[in-house]
Design a binder for this molecule. Structure first.
Ligand code: AMP
Length: 217
């Protein structure tokens, strides 16, 4: 089963993708995580992506498509992949379709996590993660016991450099301008399923599993 996750920044795609990938034994491929790794390793791609990411704009399609196709082809895709943050433009979606069709594969379902715009900024700017073990926190919804310190390994918590209020506004605008058109694109293809992402994490997971259980049987 191959699954695409759509939704604005802060909708909870990363959190839900991890659970879904684990439950259905799918390979989780997050374009944002891959780009952050490229930046940490200071690769050519990481350097090219830097200014786009720091300002909340999209990295150009040709770079992203090449990067993601390499990852998809390298993944052991027998059981399938869950794509998190890719595609993010119509151009990327068309390239993905072409490449999958050439390999005799297809997208089984596109899950779109809908969250009201007014909730997104607070969800994102409050996010923190542990610099040691990567555990995720939120200063309001899931705070650590000691401010700024990981409960599990006592290392310092950090904030993503593009999770600041100013960049978040651009990321949300970029989503509406360039990524939201994918909703109609996949609706026309007939494999889009909307999920209410305004409710509790566990409720969102359950709604997604109900859909995936139907798709995978
Ligand atoms: P994310 O972690 O998904 O929020 O992505 C962080 C940043 O990486 C985005 O704001 C973009 O600059 C870049 N990025 C991630 N995925 C894509 C994509 N599919 N196309 C273009 N840029 C992307």
């Amino acid at each position: 089963m191959n699954v695409i996750f759509l939704g604005p920044p802060g909708a909870g795609k990363g959190t839900q993708c991890k659970v879904i990938a684990d439950r259905y034994q799918l390979r989780h491929l997050s374009s944002g995580d891959i780009l952050r790794r490229e930046r940490a390793d200071n690769t050519d791609l990481g350097q090219k992506a830097q200014s786009f990411m720091d300002s909340g704009r999209l990295v150009p399609d040709d770079l992203i498509v090449a990067m993601m196709m390499k990852e998809i082809n390298a993944a052991d895709t027998n059981s399938g992949v869950v794509l998190d943050g890719f595609p993010r433009t119509i151009g990327q979606a068309e390239e993905l379709d072409k490449a999958l069709n050439a390999a005799g594969k297809d997208i089984d379902v596109v899950l779109c996590l809908d969250v009201d715009d007014d909730k997104l900024e607070h969800r994102i700017t409050g996010r923190r993660s542990c610099s040691g073990c990567g555990a995720a926190y939120h200063i309001t919804f899931n705070p650590p016991q000691v401010d700024g310190i990981c409960d599990k390994c006592q290392k310092e918590l950090t904030q993503r450099s593009d999770d600041t209020a100013e960049v978040v506004k651009n990321r949300i605008k970029t989503y509406h301008d360039q990524t939201a058109p994918l909703v109609s694109f996949y609706k026309e293809k007939g494999n889009l399923k909307n999920v209410d992402g305004n409710v509790a994490i566990e409720q969102v997971t359950q709604a997604m599993c109900d859909i995936l259980d139907r798709v995978s049987t």
